[in-house]
Design a protein around this ligand. Structure first.
Ligand SMILES: O=c1nc2n(C[C@H](O)[C@H](O)[C@H](O)CO)c3cc(O)ccc3cc-2c(=O)[nH]1
Ligand SMILES: C[C@H]1O[C@@H](n2cnc3c(N)ncnc32)[C@H](O)[C@@H]1O
Ligand code: MET
Ligand code: SF4
Length: 365
């Protein structure tokens, strides 16, 4: 039963002074324990080519850029995975541009490798990960069709797609005006299809890209609606727009610390009657991350000892020592989790191979 109305959540996003402190305390008291989770991962950008062109994006590269990753080979990926395994990583995070196979250079490379589309290639990369390593694949490559998701489900422990925001208005702003794949109807469909297919899922919202507080409320309620229908959303990322000089939105202000606090508090309250985690990436909040634990966030997301965050390359992750220290200093304990949350590790959600691998990894934590 949802305990909060849209009006309530909007009042959290507008709260000032002692009101916001009161809401933070309310959100914090819903946390059943003092554990903060993270997943030890390696970030592998399969391709940096993307059909969209988001105004905030630091990841997408032009195919003519000699530094661009057009398509990683299987050997390159396996090499990355083996290094990650040595460091004890358990999640292979495949994040990449959407529908990259619409691009000539990517398609040419796919053809050379014996493929004609990016979904089949991603499937084989994930299959190789399961066959040759102890890591669990989590793919996040933009929208996928129902059939593509159905295929990828077989080789992914979990998958993800940021809703970003449910407002169509942003399709007219620098954030999304050149990104058909950020049409919220499409994103909501992908997230719903993942639910129909019983894929443990990560989604979230991006704060500070021109949205209003009302639109943040709408976005959170849309996610809630889908979760109530399918139960597959394991975590919600509250991601803050981070500016760098080379992006189209370089002059846009980053969201304030207080706006992030308000949003994390609002998300925690809206999901307080569920076991959905609220994730805040510590690398985008290097000096301020602790405060989010005090308003209900309970997960740091993927943290990598071996790779950079290719989406936010100027924001290095804290080391695990630093993360432990700042978590404990705030009154919590840091614990490792898998990319798939424990409650989904059963035969309702996973095939035999993924179930066996996840169960074994869980035992050895
Ligand atoms: O390092 C990052 N990890 C990102 N992750 C990884 C995430 O933190 C972990 O992979 C999940 O928590 C699963 O363990 C995403 C995963 C998704 O499914 C969807 C979006 C993101 C976004 C990022 C991101 O910007 N940077
Ligand atoms: C992988 C996810 O990273 C987020 N993302 C993309 N660019 C930025 C940025 N400059 N700052 C913060 N988050 C960003 C989007 O929400 C995307 O879906
Ligand atoms: C690199 S951004 C994350 C994956 C995908 N391109 C998306 O925006 O959904
Ligand atoms: S954020 Fe994702 S969809 Fe948007 S341009 Fe970057 S890679 Fe493409």
């Amino acid at each position: 039963m949802i305990n909060y109305s849209k009006k309530d959540i909007l009042s959290v996003l507008n709260a000032k002074g002692s009101d916001i402190i009161k809401f933070m305390a309310e959100a914090k008291q819903y946390r059943k324990n003092n554990l903060i989770t993270y997943s030890k991962n390696i970030f592998i950008p399969l391709t940096e080519i993307c059909r969209n062109d988001c105004g905030y994006c630091n990841f997408k590269k032009n195919p003519d850029d000699p530094e661009a990753i057009i398509l990683k080979t299987k050997d390159e990926v396996l090499n990355d995975l083996k290094i990650a395994e040595k460091y004890g990583c358990k999640e292979a995070l495949f994040t990449f541009g959407e529908d990259a196979d619409e691009n000539e250079a990517v398609l040419k490379r796919l053809n050379e490798f014996g493929y004609d589309n990016i979904v089949d290639y991603t499937y084989d990369i994930c299959k190789m990960t399961l066959d040759e390593t102890n890591l669990l694949p989590h793919s996040n490559g933009g929208n996928f069709s129902y059939d593509a998701l159905k295929k990828l489900k077989e080789v992914n422990a979990s998958m993800g797609l940021m809703l970003e925001n449910s407002s169509k208005r942003l399709m007219q702003l620098p954030a999304h005006k050149k990104s058909p794949g950020k049409n919220p109807e499409l994103r909501l469909d992908t997230i719903s299809n993942a639910g129909k297919l019983k894929i443990p899922y990560t989604t979230g919202i991006l704060i500070g890209i021109g949205e209003t507080k009302e639109e943040i409320v709408e976005s959170l309620f849309k996610i809630r609606e889908i979760f109530d229908k399918y139960g597959h959303i394991q975590e919600i990322i509250i991601q803050n727009f981070t500016s760098t000089p080379n992006i189209e939105m370089c002059d846009w202000p980053e969201p304030s610390l207080l706006d992030m606090i308000r949003t994390v508090t609002a998300a925690t309250l809206l999901f307080s009657d569920t076991d959905v985690s609220i994730q805040v990436p510590p690398n985008l909040n290097y000096d301020t991350a602790q405060i989010f634990l005090l308003c209900g966030a309970d997960d740091w997301g993927g943290v990598s000892p071996v790779s950079q965050d290719y989406v936010n390359p100027t924001s290095p992750w804290p080391t695990l020592d630093v993360l432990t220290e700042l978590t404990e200093d705030a009154g919590f304990n840091l614990v490792e989790r898998l990319c798939i949350y424990e409650k989904y590790i059963n035969d309702e959600w996973l095939n035999d191979t993924l179930l066996e691998k996840s169960t074994n990894l869980l035992k050895h934590q």
